[in-house]
Design a protein around this ligand. Structure first.
Ligand code: AMP
Length: 480
């Protein structure tokens, strides 16, 4: 019998700065006589940066499959008591930022379906692009996210046609277009899958005799697990008591790993395409300094996303690196709504400029990206108030012009600062003395890979697949 355990606490408030969202984090582990849910908890802890809206763990002891999830951060959702109630040696977990559907308990993951004597749970990073054609708009019980839709289709194939989890996945997944890196389980099997384009990362790891799938290698490091390899685009790794077996159920497609993983998403201590992300970001800064030299006194990073690029910039330009901004590490979510006057000064909740460092200086301000521009604009004015005589903004990625349909919730085109503006217009809007973005070929050079390895859609407008014409993350939701 599959069971589902839930908590229904008060939903937490929205992120206070209203900035764009991040891709989700997925994790899965299978072993023998291990506390899989506890290990998953730590894996999710390392993947918290990929989604802060909800967290969840599914676990199986071979008999029962239990899901526990709620809105909030990993450390808010789980404690000793809840983890103690999740026994079993097979588990998956998820940290969510909503890319499809609103931020509600129902939309949190892992998703779950009961199937006769079995059950399945699924954790999804990415976003499907053919959701509209697959969804049932008549069924009041129908899924409200693309991940629910996938779970439903897999469960149907398992119950109606008595397929194993692996066979059901191999049959159903090729009908889905778009981005999906998945950790899926039933009572006895863990499956890690990447869509044929490999938009989102997924790696395979090993801890003693246990196998792990995870969005990023940082989730292996936290457990002291070894990195085995990246799961390939289009690969499905099926792991049970006999160990892993690889299947390739999809038609071959171009490889399109998200280039923005390198710019912003992935943790600096994760490795992708054989390089540590931190080093790749430093290289971006070095190339930016060569591409856009400037006469200035100090190089100041926007913490934390701009730090490695600023280090690279300072090393090549010779303009000393200074920490002129301090970040409050504990901001991200709050239970207390800031009063309106405070909210309007949103960025100050998160960052503070130090006049003692910045005052009287010509500042090169380095950040990884500008999406909507609201944070950056406030930041520039804060740096000026702290006494900077000039502000030269250097961004270690090209202008972000196009919406992402593959798992990054940056809103529609109208919200993107660079969508219809020239660099000069953006500089004027942000009130900076100069602005230079890293050129796309330099960004790709920094990764050390070839251009055809990536999805560059948000920067180039070149989408590797058909994309929906209705640009809405609420595509599946019913109107009341
Ligand atoms: P804004 O000026 O409002 O566009 O914010 C720029 C900041 O947003 C930069 O510091 C980036 O590191 C950060 N950023 C970039 N992409 C995302 C994302 N998908 N979610 C949250 N923040 C992001």
């Amino acid at each position: 019998m599959g069971t589902i355990a839930v908590v229904t606490e008060q939903p937490l408030d929205a992120p206070i700065l209203g900035r764009p969202g991040e891709a989700c984090g997925v994790f899965g582990i299978i072993g023998q006589d291990i506390e899989a849910a506890r290990l998953t908890y730590f894996g999710l802890f390392a993947l918290q940066h990929r989604g802060q809206e909800s967290a969840g763990i599914a676990v199986s002891d071979g008999e029962n499959l239990t899901v526990y999830k709620d809105l909030g951060l990993v450390a808010q959702v789980f404690d000793e008591r809840t983890l103690g109630g999740l026994p079993g040696s097979l588990s998956i977990g998820h940290t969510r930022y909503s890319t499809t559907g609103s931020n509600s308990w129902e939309n949190s993951q892992p998703t779950f379906r009961h199937i006769d004597t079995n059950g399945i749970a699924l954790a999804h990073n990415g976003n499907l692009t053919n959701t509209a054609s697959l969804a049932s708009h008549d069924d009041p019980m129908a899924a409200t996210t693309d991940s629910e839709l996938m779970t439903e289709a897999i469960a149907t194939a398992m119950s109606i046609d008595s397929l194993s989890l692996a066979d059901a996945l191999a049959r159903v997944l090729p009908t889905f277009d778009g981005a999906f890196s998945l950790a899926v389980m039933d009572r006895t099997t863990l499956v890690g899958v990447r869509d044929p384009h490999g938009f989102r990362p997924l790696c395979l790891g090993k801890l003693d005799r246990s196998w792990i799938v995870a969005s990023e290698t940082a989730a292996l490091d936290i457990l002291g697990a070894g990195f085995v390899r990246q799961i390939a685009p289009g690969e499905m790794v099926v792991i049970d008591a006999n160990g892993p077996v690889s299947l390739f159920p999809f038609e071959e497609a171009s490889s399109n790993l998200c280039l923005f993983e390198f710019v912003y998403f992935a943790r600096p201590d994760s490795t992708l395409l054989g390089a540590t992300i931190h080093n790749t970001r430093q290289r971006m800064g070095r190339l930016l300094a060569t591409q856009a030299p400037v006469d200035a006194d100090i190089t100041v990073p926007v913490p934390e996303s701009g730090i490695p690029a600023a280090q690279g910039f300072a090393a090549v330009s010779g303009i000393p690196y200074m920490d002129g901004l301090v970040k409050n590490r504990y901001v991200g979510r709050t239970f207390i709504e800031p009063a309106q006057a405070l909210r309007e000064r949103g960025v100050r909740m998160k960052l503070n400029a130090m006049p003692g460092v910045i005052g009287g200086k010509r500042v090169v301000l380095v950040d990884d990206s500008i999406v909507r521009g609201s944070t950056t604009r406030q930041l520039v004015s804060m740096v000026r108030e702290a006494g900077a005589t000039e502000v030269h903004l250097r961004i270690s990625s090209p202008p972000y012009k196009w919406p992402c349909f593959y798992g990054m919730d940056t809103g529609d085109r109208s919200t993107l600062l660079a969508a219809d503006r020239s660099v000069e217009e953006i500089a004027k809007h942000l009130e900076v003395d100069s602005l230079v973005y890293l050129e796309l070929e330099n960004l790709i050079e920094a990764t050390g890979a070839e251009a055809d390895a990536f999805c560059t859609a948000c920067l180039s407008g070149k989408y590797p697949t058909d994309v929906p014409t209705i640009d809405s993350k609420f595509l599946l939701e019913r109107t009341p």
